[in-house]
Design a protein around this ligand. Sequence first.
Ligand code: ADP
Ligand code: MG
Ligand code: MG
Length: 889
Amino acid sequence: PQYVFEFAEGNKDLKDLLGGKGANLAEMTNLGLPVPPGFTITTEACRHYLEHGSVPAGLDAEIDQKLAALEERMGKRLGQADDPLLVSVRSGAKFSMPGMMETVLNIGLNDESVKGLAAQAGNDRFAWDSYRRLVQMFGKTVLGIEGELFEDAIDETKSRKGVTSDLDLDADDLKAIVETFKSIVHEATGTEFPTDPREQMRLAIKAVFDSWNAPRAVLYRRQERIPTDLGTAVNVCSMVFGNLGMDSGTGVAFTRDPASGQQGVYGDYLQNAQGEDVVAGIRNTVPLADLERVDAKCYAELLAIMETLETHYRDLCDIEFTIERGKLWMLQTRVGKRTAAAAFRIANQLVDQGLITLDEAVGRVTGDQLAQLMFPRFDHAADRDRLGRGMNASPGAAVGRAVFDSYTAIKWSRSGESVILCRRETNPDDLEGMIAAEGILTSRGGKTSHAAVVARGMGKTCVCGAEELDVDTKNRRLVAPGGRIIEEGDVISIDGTSGEVFLGEVPVVASPVVRYFDGEIDPASDQADDLVRAVHRFMQYADAARRMNVRANADTPEDAARARRMGAQGIGLCRTEHMFLGDRRSLVERLILADTDKEREESLAALLPMQREDFVGIFAAMDGLPVTVRLLDPPLHEFLPDITELSVRVAVAEARGEKHEGDLRLLQAVHRLHEQNPMLGLRGVRLGLVVPGLFTMQVRAIAQAAAERIRAGGRPRPEIMIPLVGTVQELEIIRDESVRVLREVGEESGFDLDYPVGTMIELPRAALTAGQIAESAEFFSFGTNDLTQTVWGFSRDDVEASFFSNYLEKGVFGVSPFESLDVDGVGRLIRIAVEEGRAARPGIKLGVCGEHGGDPASVRFFHQAGLDYVSCSPFRVPVARLEAGRAAG
Ligand code: ADP
Ligand code: MG
Ligand code: MG
């Protein structure tokens, strides 16, 4: 195979072979844009090297040949003493990857050619600046020497001279620095800095290959599920120089604002600089628009090129460029990253411009981005006093008093205060404090830290790793840049979407996108901005395209109504457990403690009308749409008093010689019902089988509520769902009872109440015997929360707080299986159940009601698995609608 391609031989679709950077350099070359000539060594060569430990036979010869052609074209040889050709060696995989080797510039310089370069340019300083950069970058990235050693040496020279800017160092200073750098290399490696240009290039190429397996790159791939065997390409590109004086420079640009999506000129430029200086923050850059003053000709050319690129790529592009003595050079482009709002705006603008179709536009915005647009946000118009910034770990806007330990967080929140829990980092002991807090702020740790993972799991706002804010838990205070001090109790505001932290209370406003979904903003009116109009347009398209229905999980009339406004086509999960709490708790207690049938029947009879009222309200809110009611699911002891409290009460009463018969009986029952693993104990259908009359009471309430709604002119469509079934026998018993009750109430009321009875599939055994279960179930709803718990053997309430952050850091999985469905394991069981369920009962209705129903990646899987609907929290309904549309498109 051919291992080396000149830029002109490639194109943008060859990312697999040439990497992203190489493919786009090729594309720009062929568009006739000014790209410094060069060539790309393929990922295939890299794969060979990684597999065999040596480069493929013939690679060196091929490189020599391409290099010779390059030298011919440039009229000088690599490192030629009197007029050297210099090149950069640049890594570039298909996906850009943090932790991989970056770029080595100015390859070809040595003690001889540096003089030639100086003479040719008529600029000694420039030549020695380039040389010191080579030794520094080569030393750091190829030879693996601690970068600080070099930086310290520069700082030392500067402070000896009493100057602060690199530009104040003259040729002699830089010459001395090169000598120092070479001795650093010698000391660290025991060998001299390689002076042979071709050897420099060979070593740099090998280092790029090796960097594919740098620990951070390996970890990143594991987390992002990027295949481990793709390898990276290497780009060898002739140098152009932005450090030749004030008529030279280097910059970055975007074809639109990646933050807002607005059209305009965005970027930064730095005069007399090379490479990474722009982003490294060594000197202050100027806004790109100022380039017009500095060099009007290059500025105009750059704008024209940006337009060419955007029209060609039909998307926002980001660009790296360099100006060498008034001549513009393009060094990189790619389709650029952007915020959620920018993604919607840009896609919509491109449709308007006729560059992409609506279908493509919807393909380019994600449910995750839509979810981000729906979080409440700080009012940007308000005065804001910014203290600092960290990582945007979990979106949202939270305001509260700063507290520095969990105990205080809990105490203050109990007394009605909103608090922000500030910690250096969190650990499982902080869990209760995190639950109590409005938001979480940490000064250490990244997006997979404990704080970040747990906060995202709880849907709680979190800013993590805010290193510029020193959380001093000992003195209960936060020290911000400039020595500003925030004491315990001071109000702060944290923005989990941007990572910013503010002093005081920043006012919060509902997102306009949510107000649109809620029907408060008419997309056709002036109230709607371009973002709302884009969302509206894409939602309409997605709704028309999708095959799956979207329902909501809701168990109050208010939630049901909201879900409906958000576009829900029914309720996929109406939990009944909250209907047994509050004032009804004592009735439930009596039911559980009942010794005789009569006692039990009395409590059930008391509960019945209350349940009926609950359902009437929900059926009314969802009139005409299906409502799947799940019969009681949680372990019974959840309805009983706390065992410790009760024991104390009984002991105290006993010691005082008081009467305590009731409490004693209760305590005995609590003991009897106490379970080591309640999630695997007496719950779900097991309750229905063990507590006589419980489930039939619920079914009766459903049926009577339906009858009442029909009488009032409504169209109730209840569906009865039996939870936690493991075997068809369990289901048969409850189903027969349910059907009997439906008939009875039907006869009493004179209506046909022939409602479907189905089951949840949330145990592996149920999935594996779905064919049998389907004989007795009119529908399945996959309870993916429990299914994930039981497939993995994870107790969700325990593991997420205790060791998931550790698992994520080690790359065991890239995202928690409770957040995004584990397609390989849990997903496989779902596929089995879908197939066998449909085989046994063609037309069986299949849905999902776990939290995964609102997770974009999972929705995509459910579409592929052939489910009829997903059900998720009301707030997530639009996300699921969009993703279901994208999946079908
Ligand atoms: P990254 O992938 O980190 O962006 P690049 O390979 O793009 O690394 O190199 C970083 C920067 O180095 C470029 O933006 C550019 O400024 C500079 N650079 C790379 N190659 C050359 C070159 N041949 N001539 C001048 N500058 C270059
Ligand atoms: Mg770059
Ligand atoms: Mg469940």
